[in-house]
Design a protein around this ligand. Sequence first.
Ligand SMILES: NC(=O)c1ccc[n+]([C@@H]2O[C@H](COP(=O)([O-])OP(=O)(O)OC[C@H]3O[C@@H](n4cnc5c(N)ncnc54)[C@H](O)[C@@H]3O)[C@@H](O)[C@H]2O)c1
Ligand SMILES: [Zn+2]
Length: 369
Amino acid sequence: MKHIKVNLGKHSYPVFIGSGVIQSLGGLVEKYLPGYDTAYIVTNAYLHKKYCPAVINTLRRAGICAKVRLIPDSEKAKSLAIAGSLLEDIASFSRSRRVFIVAFGGGVVGDLAGFVASVFRRGIPYIQIPTTLLAQVDSSIGGKTAVDLKQGKNLVGAFYQPKLVVSDIDFLKSLTARQVKSGLAEVIKYGLIKDRRLFSYLERNFRAGLSLKAKAVGFIVGRASAIKAEIVSRDEREEKGLRTILNFGHTIGHAIEAAGKYGLYNHGEAIALGMLVCADISLGLKLITRKDFLRIENLFRKVSLPTKIKNLRLNDIISAHYHDKKFVGAKNRFVLLEGIGIAKVQENIPAGIIIKAVQKRLLLSRAGR
Ligand SMILES: NC(=O)c1ccc[n+]([C@@H]2O[C@H](COP(=O)([O-])OP(=O)(O)OC[C@H]3O[C@@H](n4cnc5c(N)ncnc54)[C@H](O)[C@@H]3O)[C@@H](O)[C@H]2O)c1
Ligand SMILES: [Zn+2]
């Protein structure tokens, strides 16, 4: 079992990672949430059936009773309406109990349950038990909680840190290959922005990662979580510009996701393409060598993440890009690379450079008209 700390003064918390760590959940809750007697578990029907008995049993052994609340299995669950119904549900029984929330699922469950915890009685404790690779290496750490509005994703939320994160890599075994690859895109991101050694490790061990070999996955999740924890510890609220580098590939990636109406590409595939566009721009500006650029493109290919944008038009991507909430005001801000493992934030990149880089990634230039 690996143990990482997110250092945020009195809001610090541990992240436990490994195969079978869920068995230790009850003991960890006793230690990190002393006195709390009721777990309000937010999850979906699939995860409930497959894994909840194990989670509930370990809590019971520690004298903690569990209430389970199922939410729909879709981004649509991140709504004010569902958050409101969870809040009323908790209010209906919590008077005589000391309740904490358990976010048991992927990023959707984590963002929603964290948001509910942040506002119920101005904040009650919550813990993250992430079950997707993306949630283990990214969304469960850092305290960004949110629900969506019809005007856009994640528009309502708070920075609100969990008390504990428990990442059991055994949960990942039931993910589809596509979901695993999507999470690996985020792991490649950490290698590119912060850790050349992680990138080289992925070049050598991508097969073990894709087939979820425990040793490789333990290493990958541990290293990626440590990088996320370190960045969050230094810039909790994205005020110092350090957390910005975590957005590498995400500006164009979000535009590709949106242009494909969230059905054509999943998040990891879209940000893989976004990272490649940023690598193209970095190469064009002579910030990285052609050799490093080819290594980057090759790794995405090896993992069989997309390297070309198919079935989308240039205009749709560019207009989605300008609708991104981070682009209110005329200035754009991109994370580029100065090498594998070194990120650089650059503002005001001329539109022509961005458009050319996106165009280069389109499978058919005709599709870009
Ligand atoms: N808070 C943050 O810092 C942050 C960071 C990145 C993304 N996010 C948010 O995270 C969400 C995406 O998260 P996600 O990719 O985990 O998606 P998700 O939560 O929708 O999970 C993807 C799918 O995998 C299923 N699933 C989950 N665990 C499983 C398991 N162990 N076995 C089989 N199936 C499983 C889910 O039921 C779902 O169908 C988005 O809403 C995004 O905005 C938040
Ligand atoms: Zn992401």
